[in-house]
Design a protein around this ligand. Structure first.
Ligand SMILES: Nc1ncnc2c1ncn2[C@@H]1O[C@H](COP(=O)(O)OP(=O)(O)OP(=O)(O)O)[C@@H](O)[C@H]1O
Ligand SMILES: [Mg+2]
Length: 343
């Protein structure tokens, strides 16, 4: 979706940026419990009742009364949702159920008609996207947003920009980045190595395969050391050869103490890696529970058989989106009287 021009201007530096906040440490909720039943993380979901809006033992994200209308269409109407810390939660539902819109609202890329939500006890309603990321909650996009005319490494630096509380675009300009890049470049390289993209660091993102771009997007999101990672269809457009490694990467996030909330149509992936499944239909949460319970629910199966089809990446749409993002970047660079290297 198009960036808010006011937000882009703010990021471009025409409005003062907020002071840098301390780097967020990755919480390790699973490491803490000793003896007895774990009260945090995925294990704590064992005793939780399977019904929409059910409270969780240790929610990291809590949403209440979130409503988003597009004209006469109610795209999202979530009464109550809690996401358990340290667990992998899948958000599933037929095409048009409101999953992406809900992600956009929670992460500050769109504004609801009403509603509130909090992350780690801090109100997030009305907080712009770049500040949401800096607080430790990041997301990836259904259509990948890796900027094709930037190198892999430049994409990673963009991911770090939010963490420094700095002007987003300045991260790309030589000179301003130099001198501060030390720790961030090391982190970028180690993440690229983890995702087997280190040999591609100087290649343009546009030369990567669809699956590699998904990995790059995930790697870039991790530059801010998030506590909650939200993935919108991480498997869409991914070559089956990369599927297993992507699944492994998502599980790794949980092992490292992060919470994962992901949207996915691939039911094998949902069954394989989720601790909990939330089902949306027509904007509402209609079911919640462990994967084996939810995916055996006739109402859920009906919702899928009735109206679901896989939505593969539309290449033309993706190209148009990338071109728009790059045009925006170019015009901002020009406005600042700065030249950006072109391929
Ligand atoms: N910017 C917009 N303007 C108007 N309607 C929109 C907009 N964005 C989404 N919608 C509508 O809101 C509804 C929810 O869309 P959304 O993209 O959130 O669904 P989704 O669950 O992510 O679907 P999919 O599985 O196909 O990605 C759909 O009916 C969609 O057409
Ligand atoms: Mg979607």
């Amino acid at each position: 979706m198009p960036a808010d021009p006011a937000d882009a201007r703010r990021r471009a530096g025409s409005v003062p940026v907020e002071p840098v906040e301390p780097v967020v440490q990755v919480a390790r909720p699973d490491a803490a419990p000793t003896g007895g039943a774990a009260r945090t993380g995925a294990a704590a979901l064992a005793g939780v009742e399977a019904r929409p809006g059910v409270p969780k033992p240790d929610p990291v994200l809590v949403a209440d009364g979130v409503l988003r209308r597009f004209g006469g269409l109610v795209a999202v109407e979530v009464e109550h949702l809690e996401v358990q810390r340290g667990a992998i939660t899948a958000l599933i539902g037929p095409n048009g159920a409101g999953k992406t819109t809900f992600f956009n609202l929670l992460t500050g890329f769109d504004r609801p008609d009403r509603g509130r939500w909090s992350f780690d006890g801090r109100n997030l309603a009305g907080v712009p996207a770049h500040r949401v990321a800096r607080q430790g909650m990041v997301r990836t996009f259904q259509l990948t947003k890796a900027l094709s005319r930037m190198t892999v490494m430049e994409n990673m630096r963009l991911g770090a920009a939010g963490q420094r509380g700095e002007n987003f675009f300045r991260a790309l300009l030589p000179g301003t980045w130099r001198g501060q890049q030390g720790g961030f470049d090391e982190r970028a390289v180690s993440l690229l190595r983890r995702f087997r993209l280190d040999e591609k660091r100087d290649d343009f993102a546009g030369s990567l395969s669809g699956g590699q771009r998904k990995l790059l997007e995930m790697a870039r999101a991790l530059m801010v050391e998030p506590r909650l990672v939200m993935l919108d269809e991480p498997m869409a457009g991914v070559n089956p050869a990369l599927t297993q490694s992507l699944l492994g990467h998502v599980k790794d996030l949980r092992e490292q103490g992060m919470t994962v909330l992901f949207v996915e149509h691939d039911m094998d992936m949902v069954r394989d890696i989720s601790d909990w499944v939330v089902v949306m239909a027509q904007g509402r949460i209609v079911a919640e529970g462990p994967p084996e319970t939810v995916m055996a629910d006739p109402a859920v199966i009906d919702a899928y058989l009735g109206s679901h089809h896989d939505a593969p990446l539309d290449l033309a749409e993706e190209q148009a989106q990338l071109q728009a993002a790059e045009a925006e970047l170019d015009s901002l660079a020009q406005a600042r009287g700065t030249e950006r290297g072109q391929p």
